[in-house]
Design a protein around this ligand. Sequence first.
Ligand code: AMP
Length: 428
Amino acid sequence: MTFKDLGLIEPILRAVTEKGYTSPTPIQEQSIPILLKKKDLLGCAQTGTGKTAAFTIPILQHLATEKQTSQRRQIKSLIVTPTRELALQIEENIKEYGKYTNLKSTVIFGGVNQNPQVNRLKQGIDILVATPGRLLDLMNQGFISLRDVEYFVLDEADQMLDMGFIHDIKKLLVKLPKERQSLFFSATMAPAIVALSKEILGNPERVTIQPEQTTAERVGQSLYMVSNADKIKLLVDLIEERNAKSVLVFSRTKHGANKVVKLLEREDINAAAIHGNKTQAARVKALDGFKDGSIKVLVATDIAARGIDVSELELVVNYDLPNIPETYVHRIGRTGRAEASGEAVSFCSAEERSWLRDIQKLIAQDIPLVKDHPYHDTSPEEAPPKQGGGGGRRPQGGGGNRNGGSRRPNAGSGNKSKRNFSKPRRRD
Ligand code: AMP
């Protein structure tokens, strides 16, 4: 199957070829024909499958081949996505796939001055990519009308609900014309998601690509039992041992992400943090540095990591385990994108074990445990950290008192192999 077989018009074929795509991915192969027929679509797929092209290309094709009915450009397609990173990524793709059409697009998101966004909107655009908050805000100020929207996409619906955007979405829906094509994408299909999809879609076709479990199967996974205090040492050892060039490290908290960066830098490992407290400029700088290889380790929180599109990602490290098991699958899906296989390493402290059980239940497999390292922690399970506070906030440096009476023989590799394992490090 080629893109030409899918019936794409020449300007789009040319752009896709220039992008280096030789054949459509499964979600593109299945969705593009449905969408070209203007049917609604319920897509169960996550980032990394090629889903952005699957929904943007048919929209571009419709708009490029339809007659303009008014002098001024009106917003005919609205794509709503939960994070600014994802919004930027989608709009960048639209610009690339649509570069030989004369369609205009723009992207809006919160946390930055609205004036440049408003100015671009005033010039007239065909396709708008938006995060929900800024979209409603500019609608309320009268800068955006959804009256002419013919193609509506709700992307990453599960993340949208997790982030509490449900009320914003409902406010949006009442402003959309009834006559429209709607597309709804979610990586998971919990009952709340299915209910929301029913409010948006007419009689949709369904496409399911790579259910959560297949990502888990595709990516090589390993698990290290390690105390919070030893996590940083283990991370440094893993990076050095593998001579890894691009590592994405997940931290549950912003504070934790900053701390990991600081500790890595002390070990002369170039690292940057990306999370919601960073300015847009700082995030872009960190991502660019990561893409061009000057930053080896990017430490991200889950929300900020959505939309990170780096093809050469070698290793994902769950420095903290997520308390929502689906998040684990999203995280490890950042490596091994498209057809490539990747590697995901998870650190689990005594207090994260209940979350580990939830994750293993979801992926229906036990993550292979690596014991052969000097930080293997066999202390008994502890209550999970409080939410909103932080995995990173346990008293640090207290490893000694946590090994009490419960040490099993294989944990006794202790100091001897520790010395051989890595050079001495400063305590954090
Ligand atoms: P997405 O799931 O949209 O985030 O896409 C994941 C990655 O796959 C992005 O880096 C895309 O540029 C890339 N991609 C999308 N479609 C194709 C294709 N047909 N062939 C090769 N790479 C693709």
